[in-house]
Ligand binder design. Structure first.
Ligand SMILES: *Cc1c(COP(=O)(O)O)cnc(C)c1O
Length: 393
């Protein structure tokens, strides 16, 4: 078999099992309503730009200013000549926002995870991870060489047993790192964070909390779930992304100055990668200012109202924490694809069909992501489109 034949075989296998992925139609700009090249418009329920900040005039202005002042590319890694004022000001703002001593930005949330976990743990250490953690956390854990154990989603009993086990297993001075997310990206529920932090503390383990979907959205001024629960000081490593509710691109870690110094010295995705464009850092700093402002508060208020309305329209059982992510679990991969296509064709709705390996096999789903700028009429249109799928579910 030639290598091209081999590749075609692999693609064919994906098609057979409804796991084949294609890029969606290109759009000129993402918003709550998107226009396709065909000229048709669709309601967008698939973006993580929860507050609609990516198109905010103040953010665009900040980006333009950053571009004029700093140029496009940063030209080098942060440790060479890539450290610019824009990066430093953003890191100061992030640390202040998160209530930590320091912060460090990466080119993406993915790069933040990939650099940070292997900088903190390695061979001889142990990682205990929630089963539903994002792929970047799983990849980072594997890369680190630490022993990885997974606990069922939010199963604190199992986490406790693993912590007891790791106590016996671990060598002196080794690290046990508990990894979880605050808002789970494919299920929209939240971590059982208070018992998790208490368990970690009582077994001498540290916590990494990925707040990708909570940053800007959950907690006071959108500071995240740790801030909402008063746990900031008790979590060693706070992770977040600039690319979701903050409407920009990039990732960050917040924590103690010692942690940040260690990452500057050991996080390979930070050391061996060109610094993010300075304009992006200027824009992200504006995004932090916006989520902190009354404008941000109003947007979160609209988002919360939209979440409540959707829960009502879909007759959903109450959730412990209202988040903008709502999965409609359909099970079969082909069914999820058909639902996404039907939604798009008949109701002009864009909803992604999320399939294996993003979620387990036979747990395929439509994932709704709500935005602050969806109107109530938009939500009614969504509920109408979903009705046939929700009822037969
Ligand atoms: C999106 C996401 C990331 C990655 O962030 P990017 O900035 O998009 O690379 C990390 N963790 C979680 C939970 C995410 O949902």
């Amino acid at each position: 078999m030639t290598y091209e034949e081999n590749w075609r075989h692999r693609l064919h296998d994906l098609q057979e099992t409804a796991l084949y992925r294609t890029l969606p139609d290109e759009i000129a700009r993402q918003a709550s309503l998107v226009s396709m090249p065909s000229g048709r418009s669709y309601l967008n329920f698939s973006s993580n730009d929860y507050l609609g900040l990516s198109g905010h005039p103040a953010l665009i202005k900040a980006f333009e200013r950053g571009l004029r002042e700093g140029g496009v590319g940063s030209g080098a890694s942060r440790l060479v000549t890539g450290t610019m004022s824009a990066h430093c000001r953003l890191e100061e703002s992030l640390a202040e926002y998160k209530g930590t001593e320091a912060a460090l930005i990466f080119t993406s949330g993915y790069a933040a995870a990939l650099g940070t976990i292997p900088a903190i743990v390695g061979r001889g250490d142990i990682i205990l991870m929630d089963k539903l953690s994002h792929a970047c956390l799983v990849d980072a854990a594997r890369l680190s060489g630490a022993q990885l154990r997974v606990f069922p989603h939010n199963d604190m009993g199992k986490l406790e047993r693993l912590l007891v086990w790791s106590r016996k297993q671990r060598k002196p001075n080794s690290t046990v790192l508990v990894v979880t997310e605050s808002v789970f990206s494919m299920d929209g529920d939240t971590a059982d964070l208070i018992p998790l932090v208490e368990l970690a503390e009582s077994h001498d383990a540290i916590v990494l909390l990925d707040e990708a979907h909570a940053t800007g959205v959950i907690g006071p001024r959108g500071r995240g779930l740790a801030a909402e629960l008063g746990l900031t000081k008790r979590i060693a490593i706070h992770m977040g992304t600039l690319s979701k509710a903050l409407g920009c691109a990039g990732g960050f870690i917040a924590g103690s100055s010692t942690l940040i110094q260690l990452l500057v010295n050991s996080a390979r995705s930070f050391i061996y990668s060109t610094a993010p464009p300075p304009a992006l850092a200027v824009a992200a700093q504006m995004a932090i200012q916006l989520v902190n402002s009354q404008d941000g508060e109003d947007r979160r208020q609209n988002l919360r109202a939209n979440i409540e309305l959707l829960e009502k329209l879909l007759d959903m059982p109450p959730r412990s924490s209202p988040t903008p992510i709502v999965p409609i679990i359909l099970g079969d991969e082909k069914r999820a694809l058909a639902a996404a296509q039907g939604m798009r064709k008949s109701y002009k709705l864009i909803l992604p069909a999320i399939r294996y390996p993003t979620v387990p096999r036979c747990k395929a789903r439509l994932r709704i992501s709500l935005r602050a700028d969806h109107t109530h009429a938009d939500l009614r249109q969504l509920a109408d489109g979903l009705k046939p799928w929700c009822i037969s579910n």
